[in-house]
Each structure stands twice: as structure tokens, then as C-alpha cells.
Design a protein around this ligand. Structure first.
Ligand code: SF4
Ligand code: SF4
Length: 339
């Protein structure tokens, strides 16, 4: 039996993820397991942005009792459960909006449940945490398998064995060698998810669902569709693209050769112009991480060891960020400086 349903008789789930983490596959397996293994009706579909790796993706699952058909496939705006595949999404998107007051949020994080509740600013409901990145790296599986295991555990009405069978079926033909690690990831997510229920205590307000409005849309986008500014995504923010790693800048080692600047696809590096020995020279000041998608090309190219690979969670990225000063760039440009 479903633990709760909305006024239409559905139990609804929203997976908040980014392209490349496999939320769509997880959603498909979950819905199918509900039908073949637990005797429900189910529906799954996903919505993508540009389908670029690293851009936000939502996958929706609706369950209904077997005798009830599911006739709508509109996005889930009032979910019973939300699973967040990448914790950076919490800072950029209102990922828990519309959640039922006694709903469940599952977060991929290394935070404890109390910290995660504050991080999510959740008014009330169950907060569940699982360190899917760590588990996936250890078991050589993917984040979606670990998250799927945690979701199955928190739902409590989906048969884990049927999910395992579907994992075997899904990957068996193309990637049979991945089955053992995927099953291990699934089981680890199921067994290692930790959770706690929070009563409403007035600490944080409920967040109602609000349709997202982008500042630039089809009616006011620049001609040609190009936004000629730094980090030219609509949100001007690439942080959800990073899946655990960042480049770390060691200023003392930098020889200001500029190779990172020419290699980086996203204009992450911040430069300052100073006069040295009577000549103006450019100096690398650091990284504006808002634009960094964590591809680590700059680490590969740096000849001086001034850029090294770092685990994102081990750094306070806000603190090590050096912001671009667009006014200075404009001034240099106007002064005829070739940037
Ligand atoms: S490639 Fe390395 S040494 Fe060259 S400017 Fe960039 S950080 Fe400095
Ligand atoms: S990892 Fe390096 S090359 Fe890649 S986006 Fe970030 S700064 Fe640019």
C-alpha cells in the first residue's frame, strides 16, 4: 500500500539532479520496479535543460494503486519525496519547494542529518542523508545506484529484490561487467542512508512551489542566442556541474604563463594588471568558482604545479573564490588593453 497519496490518488516523487548523474535511469528503474515488483501503476518521465552534461535535470515518478490509471504527465510540483543527487543544487535551485509538510528529502551529502536540515532550511519532514559520492567512488559504481538504494529504503513500499533484477536487466546487455558494482552501490545506499523526522519548529518557513521564470527567455533572448558575458549560461552559474572535484590554486607556484586561461572553457581565472620593471603585466589572482565546472583541464595544462586537483567538500569554495571585477575589465578594454 502507498503510505500517502494526493487528491488525485498519486504518490509523487521528484529527483533533482544534473545531467550525467543518472537520475533519469534511476527514475525509470524505480517506476518499473513499482509496476513489476510491487504491483502498483507507475509513470516516469524527465525534464532536461540543454541536455548538456552538468545542467539541471528533473526526473518525476508517479505511483498509484494498481486499479487506478495514471493519466497525467505534468511535472511533480507537490512531491511526497524529493531526492537531491548533488548538494550544490541546494544553493542554486529551490529544490525542496512544494514538498509536503511531512514529506521526505534525501540528500547526497557527507553532512549529518541535523546539519543537512539546516543546509536545506527545511520547515519540517524527514531528512535523509547518504554520502553517495563517497560510496560510488569506493565501490566503483555510480551515484544514481546509491541514491536509488536510499530512495527504495525511504519509500518502504518498493521491493528491493525487484529493483536488483531491473538493474541487472538494464545494464546486462550493454555493460554486464558493471552489474556487481551497481548492485553493491544499490545495497550500500539502502543500508547506509540515515534519517530523522523534524517537527515544524518555526526555524524555517515552508516553501511553496513557484514556477521558475528565467530572466532571458524566447521573447527577449539576444539575437543569435548568444549572451556575450562571462560564464554565458542563463544562470551564470556552473557549480552544479562539478561532481566532487575542483582545481585548487597555489599562488606561490604560479609563473603567470596564462596557459590555464587559454585552456579553461569558462573564463574562470581572474587576472590583475600590474606594472613590473616598467611594463604592464598580467597576474593570475585565482579562480571565480561560480563559473568553474570542475573539468580539471587547467590542472592538466599547468606547467608549474600551481593548479592541483582537490576534493570540493574539503574546501570552503566561497572563501577561496576570487570574484571577477567586470568594471576593471571594461576600463582596461576602453583603455585599449588586449585582454
Ligand atoms: S597555467 Fe599554472 S602557472 Fe600558468 S598561469 Fe595558470 S596557474 Fe599559473
Ligand atoms: S576545472 Fe579548470 S579548466 Fe575546468 S572550468 Fe574549472 S577552471 Fe576552467
Amino acid at each position: 500500500m502507498l503510505p500517502a497519496t494526493n487528491e488525485l490518488g498519486y504518490y509523487e516523487i521528484r529527483l533533482e539532479s544534473i545531467g550525467g548523474l543518472g537520475a533519469n535511469v534511476a527514475g525509470k528503474i524505480l517506476a518499473e520496479a513499482g509496476v513489476v515488483g510491487s504491483n502498483f501503476n507507475a509513470l516516469n518521465f524527465a525534464s532536461y535543460g540543454s541536455e548538456k552534461k552538468g545542467t539541471p535535470v528533473k526526473s518525476y515518478i508517479r505511483f498509484a494503486p494498481k486499479e487506478k490509471q495514471i493519466r497525467i504527465n505534468s511535472p511533480v510540483v507537490k512531491p511526497h519525496l524529493v531526492a537531491i543527487f548533488h548538494e550544490n543544487m541546494v544553493n542554486t535551485n529551490p529544490v525542496t519547494q512544494g514538498l509536503y509538510k511531512d514529506g521526505i528529502v534525501i540528500l547526497n551529502t557527507n553532512k549529518e542529518v541535523d546539519q543537512a536540515r539546516d543546509f536545506l532550511k527545511l520547515a519540517s519532514g524527514t531528512v535523509a542523508v547518504v554520502d553517495a559520492i563517497k560510496i560510488a567512488l569506493e565501490l566503483k559504481t555510480r551515484i544514481n545506484m546509491v541514491m536509488l538504494g536510499a530512495i527504495v529504503k525511504m519509500l518502504g513500499f518498493i521491493n528491493l529484490d525487484s529493483v536488483k533484477e531491473l538493474v541487472k536487466e538494464t545494464f546486462g546487455k550493454k555493460y554486464p561487467q558493471t552489474i556487481p558494482s551497481n548492485i553493491a552501490g544499490l545495497e550500500a545506499g539502502y543500508n547506509e542512508v540515515k534519517f530523522k523526522y523534524f517537527e515544524y519548529d518555526g526555524k524555517y518557513p515552508y516553501v511553496e512551489y513557484r514556477e521558475e521564470r528565467r530572466p532571458v527567455g524566447y521573447s527577449n533572448a539576444p539575437i543569435g542566442g548568444t549572451i556575450i558575458e562571462y560564464g554565458n549560461t542563463i544562470t551564470k552559474n556552473n557549480i552544479t556541474s562539478r561532481v566532487g572535484k575542483i582545481p585548487v590554486f597555489i599562488k606561490e607556484k604560479c609563473i603567470n604563463c596564462g596557459l590555464c586561461e587559454t585552456t579553461c572553457p569558462d573564463y574562470v581565472f581572474v587576472w590583475d594588471r600590474k606594472v613590473k620593471n616598467g611594463k604592464p603585466r598580467m597576474f593570475n589572482m585565482g579562480l571565480d568558482y561560480q563559473y568553474c565546472k570542475g573539468c580539471l583541464r587547467c590542472v592538466d595544462i599547468c606547467p608549474a604545479g600551481a593548479l592541483v586537483e582537490g576534493i570540493e567538500r574539503e574546501y570552503d569554495v566561497e572563501k577561496i573564490t576570487v570574484k571577477h571585477d567586470f568594471d576593471i575589465y571594461k576600463k582596461w578594454y576602453e583603455e585599449g588593453e588586449n585582454l
